[in-house]
Design a binder for this molecule. Sequence first.
Ligand code: 3HC
Length: 318
Amino acid sequence: MPPISSPGAEARFDATIAAEEKIEPRDWMPEKYRRNLVRQISQHAHSEVVGQLPEGNWITRAPTLRRKATLLAKVQDEAGHGLYLYSAAETLGVSREQMQDDLLSGRAKYASIFNYPSLTWADVGAIGWLVDGAAIVNQISLCRTSYGPYARALVRICKEESFHMRQGFEIMQTLCGGTSEQKAMAQDALDRWWWPTLMMFGPHDAESAHSQQSMQWKIKRQSNDELRQKFVDQSVAQAEHLGLVLPDSDLKWNAARDHYDFGAIDWDEFQRVLNGGGHCNRSRIKARRDADQDGEWVREAMLTYADKQRARAVEDAA
Ligand code: 3HC
């Protein structure tokens, strides 16, 4: 039941945002603020859950027991991140079933990066280093988001993400310090994941449909381009440390800007993947649909058990 508006409710909402305080579930909020948050948080949660699939593909083929155990822990963390975020979204009045239905029907998005295939073991390293690295840049900023449950979920998520990035970078370090074939495998993975990772930060600010309003409501604290630039700047030294070459011939230090200039992103590819034209769009949604169907009996059993528990508690109380 959405909080009831009252005289001065909007002024109090605006004052809370201006004072850098958090909007909580019981607070009155503009319906558009609520809907924007449901959109972003649920899609963030979908991304975490679908994001398990490219790496999950390599759990049974990890080269050592240590790599397998580390990858298992990371993929399990991502499931937990999805659950924190679905729970945060539920505080806005949307059900888990509704969010799942929005994903499976295509009404809701998940990060386009997860529609790319993980072809070699080096992809697991590149995903941890680049994709989780980009997610950290974005999520550290989002820890200051104005909606309380989202901000608190992100603080927990960011603590676990740093392990995700470090394990990926270590895989890349091991490959780059190995045979020439292993280093070539690492460079190939970097070549395939670099540009789709830059797309994770969203369209350029001028083309961003939500940024202006999201920044006004302090849902978003830094712009898409600002966070993308921060990620590019940090990645150059990391790639140099690995002895790898970022696949961008326009990458060049710009002393006047105190940032790296970088090449144009292929937004046609971004839209094509967003519209279902990526290598793995169909298989990702099939995996989620199969999991939903296979898990039906578990949900039913748990809900039946919970109903029985409630009925017993009522009997005992009578
Ligand atoms: N993939 C898919 N859709 C994207 C996208 C991407 N990389 N970037 C933008 N979009 C979509 C937006 O969702 C929006 O579509 P919608 O209106 O249907 O929701 C449209 O493109 C326009 O983009 P905007 O910039 O206007 O949208 P936002 O203001 O929402 O900004 C965002 C996009 C930066 C992704 C923002 O939503 C955000 O910060 N989300 C939270 C972080 C997140 O979702 N990260 C996804 C990766 S999670 C992850 O990597 C897990 C890690 O552990 C591996």
